[in-house]
Design a protein around this ligand. Structure first.
Ligand SMILES: NC(=O)c1ccc[n+]([C@@H]2O[C@H](COP(=O)([O-])OP(=O)(O)OC[C@H]3O[C@@H](n4cnc5c(N)ncnc54)[C@H](OP(=O)(O)O)[C@@H]3O)[C@@H](O)[C@H]2O)c1
Length: 322
């Protein structure tokens, strides 16, 4: 099969066009012919090893000390089931499916366990639309579910509201009944409002730290608001959710959780069956829409990485494979 592989860490130019063996699904796996995938901020981190302070060695130990162990990057996929293992019950050949794969998706095919983060594509949605969902939606769902019982009628500040995590978070927080304030740059204010934000702060014009506003929840998708800064922006009993945190910030988190009347939480997203099914349901009911910035062909993966590297993408960058 056709794939864009990387055999060394580095700039977006590391990708090479390759013809590699098509995977064969194990007895509990599904083989998916991929129609669309994405370039996520995680892909960019794994390619460049530009990771939050203190995590460099850990990532190398997991991904490969001197070069990547797995040559195919990418996790989001949308496509059609091509074949199934003999113990697969949930899916059949020809099903339209989407989800998050651990075996790489910058290729024509990927395999995934049937009990993994894979589900049927709602009929009303295209491959491109659903490929742009898993990364941002599963991450924001993981963080916001933590506080879902507290969101109705409560105030939430979402930083990075125009990104992949942020565009999903704004919609989800509104679905939970929260009063949403988003932070983004001026050019994305109208988009963030259209996703449901009640108020939008343009960070290029206003320093939100100087506003004197307090919130019940802060969801910082970018790791910009430090635990110390959130102390002055949270109501008593409030919670600061950090999608990105450095090792020193983890230290502050543990310290403040023991000594202050707020809670700070960092962690990793749950890319699992339950969450992808929730996301599919929200998307089917049009309670969650994916935001697509640009679409590239697979051969232009380096160009797509160069664009995501800039840190200004709006929602998601999709790669069309078929
Ligand atoms: N914990 C986990 O399990 C987990 C899972 C997934 C992702 N992540 C992390 O989450 C982070 C965000 O990912 P993403 O994919 O959502 O990023 P993204 O799509 O690149 O979004 C970044 C967005 O934030 C805006 N932005 C840039 N600087 C900003 C600032 N100073 N204040 C407010 N907005 C700003 C950008 O637009 P403008 O520049 O035009 O404003 C852009 O729209 C990544 O670092 C990723 O590694 C963590």
């Amino acid at each position: 099969m056709k794939a864009m592989i990387y055999t060394e860490y580095g700039t977006p130019d590391v990708f090479l066009k390759a013809e590699i063996t098509k995977p064969v699904p194990k007895k509990n796996e599904v083989l998916v012919k991929i129609y669309a995938t994405t370039v996520t901020t995680a892909d960019v981190r794994l390619r460049s090893l530009n990771v939050p302070r203190g995590f460099g060695l850990i990532i190398r130990l997991v991904q490969g000390l001197t070069k990547p162990r797995k040559p195919i990057l990418g996790s989001d996929f949308a496509g059609v089931v091509e074949s199934i293992g003999n113990q697969v019950n949930e899916f059949k050949v020809g099903d339209r499916v989407f989800g998050s794969s651990k075996t790489g998706t910058y290729a024509e095919y990927t395999t995934i366990k049937e009990e993994g983060a894979i589900t049927l594509i709602p009929e009303n949605l295209s491959f491109e639309e659903v490929a742009a969902l898993p990364f941002g939606a599963l991450t924001s769902l993981t963080f916001l579910e933590e506080v879902s019982d507290k969101l109705k009628g409560q105030s939430i500040l979402i930083n990075g509201a125009s990104g992949s995590l942020g565009t999903n978070a704004v919609q989800m927080a509104k679905n939970y009944g929260a009063v949403v304030t988003g932070i983004c740059s001026g050019k994305n204010v109208e988009l963030v409002k259209s996703l449901g934000a009640d108020e939008v702060i343009d960070y290029t014009k206003e320093d939100y730290l100087k506003r004197g506003m307090k919130y019940d929840i802060i969801y910082d998708t970018l790791g910009i608001i430090s635990p110390k800064e959130s102390l002055s922006m949270l109501n008593e009993g409030g919670k600061h959710l950090m999608a990105v945190a450095t090792v020193p910030q983890y230290y502050d988190m543990f310290k403040y959780n023991l000594t202050k009347k707020v809670k700070i939480k960092a962690g990793v997203a749950l890319f699992n069956k339950k969450n992808i099914e929730s996301v599919a349901k929200l998307a089917e009911q049009i309670k969650l829409k994916s935001v697509i910035d640009k679409i590239y062909p697979l051969e232009a993966i380096s160009e797509a990485h160069r664009y995501v590297d800039l840190g200004h993408k709006v929602g998601n960058v999709v790669i069309k494979i078929q």
